[in-house]
Design a protein around this ligand. Structure first.
Ligand code: NAP
Length: 321
């Protein structure tokens, strides 16, 4: 019987389906060092499924017959692709099914930060609403403003659609290559990073993490932005120099930020927690019951396809096995 390692929490139905077909081993952080467990179990495993764990030579080296790692995520920066290619291990992911949900969350962050929602929620609950709200409680207009998308991919375009159709926003975008098909229906203008930062009222980062997007936004970039600008990151924490962002928020270089991702996760302590012009969420871009189910189902199909001799539809490294 083929062996499958489940390396993070998994949808219960999918787990049961896997258990009915294969020998399933769960990695459990309560049972000691996770990497030790992976190293031990991976020796004779055929597949792995999960998310949110660094998988590389240090924990996968003992693998002898591993065919696929099925990631329950669209981002794949947790996996050492060069090592997987060298070992001829497929990596699959779950694009598309999470696009709209993650874009919803990006817009939630944009609006919450612009209108100081969490801060004013606390203000109200703490009984500070003694007279009508005044300047200290005022936020930024959203309707009709300029929305800059860094990374007009699937999620970036879905955020841009919300801005264009829902809020009559003027859309700018920056990518390494122009995206005419996605941009044209939104009348989105392709521009350089500096131009986007200087002209946007709202900046949303939606790139994948790669060698070129690592630390893409730092002190110099925050200095380009307008003082009323709102910055949103739903991509990956390492795309942004977090300390530079903290300084920009502290000095009111920018108006506010909305963050779903951080350099180190889970974020347990940070200077960000002391700032009232940042909205901090715990990496929940795709975290709705429906979307997480769809992601688990897609990851399951990818895994079963690989184990049953078919080529999975969503391979990150589509070499012939
Ligand atoms: P995608 O369709 O591949 O879009 C990524 C876009 O980023 C591409 O259009 C790419 O275009 C652009 N890009 C990459 N490097 C860039 C750079 N240095 N400068 C400018 N643009 C760059 O991926 P997606 O499905 O939209 O997902 C994007 C990312 O969001 C994922 O990789 C993941 O890390 C993150 N994500 C987060 C959550 C969450 O829970 N917060 C949920 C889902 C996804 P070019 O290659 O032409 O530059």
């Amino acid at each position: 019987m083929k062996k499958v390692i489940v390396f993070s929490q998994l949808d219960e139905d999918i787990l049961q389906r896997l258990q009915a077909q294969y020998e399933v081993v769960m990695i459990n952080p309560k049972q000691g060092d996770v990497n030790e467990q992976i190293r031990e179990q991976v020796k004779n495993a055929d597949a792995m499924i999960g998310a949110g764990r660094l998988l590389n030579q240090s924990n996968l080296a003992p693998a002898e017959q591993l065919k696929i790692i099925s990631s329950v995520s669209v981002g794949y920066d947790n996996y050492d692709l060069a090592f997987l290619n060298q070992k001829k291990i497929w990596l699959s992911n779950t694009p598309h099914v999470l696009t709209e949900t993650t874009a919803d969350l990006a817009f939630t962050l944009l609006m919450s930060a612009a209108r100081k929602v969490p801060d004013l929620d606390q203000w109200t609950k703490q009984g500070q609403w003694k007279r009508t709200a005044s300047e200290a409680q005022f936020g930024q207009d959203i309707f009709g403003k300029t929305l800059g998308i860094i990374g007009l991919g699937h999620i970036g375009a879905a955020v841009a659609r919300r801005g264009f159709y829902g809020f009559n926003m003027n859309v700018l975008y920056h990518n390494r290559t122009e995206k005419l098909a996605a941009a044209q229906p939104l009348n989105a203008q392709y521009c350089g990073l500096d131009e986007l930062l200087q002209q946007s009222d709202f900046v949303v980062v939606a790139v994948d993490l790669n060698a070129e997007s690592q630390a893409l936004i730092g002190q110099r970039e925050f200095e380009q932005m307008q003082t009323h600008a709102v910055f949103v990151n739903i991509a990956r924490g390492s795309v942004v120099d977090e300390q530079a962002l903290i300084e920009a928020l502290k000095s009111n270089q920018i108006f506010a930020a909305g963050l779903d991702v951080y350099a180190k996760e889970p974020l347990q302590s940070s200077e960000l927690f002391d700032l009232n012009n940042v909205v901090t969420l715990p990496h929940i871009g795709s975290a709705t019951a429906e979307t997480r189910k769809k992601m688990a189902e897609l990851a399951y199909v990818n895994l079963v396809d690989a184990l049953e001799g078919r080529t999975p539809a969503y391979l990150v490294n589509p070499f012939n096995s």
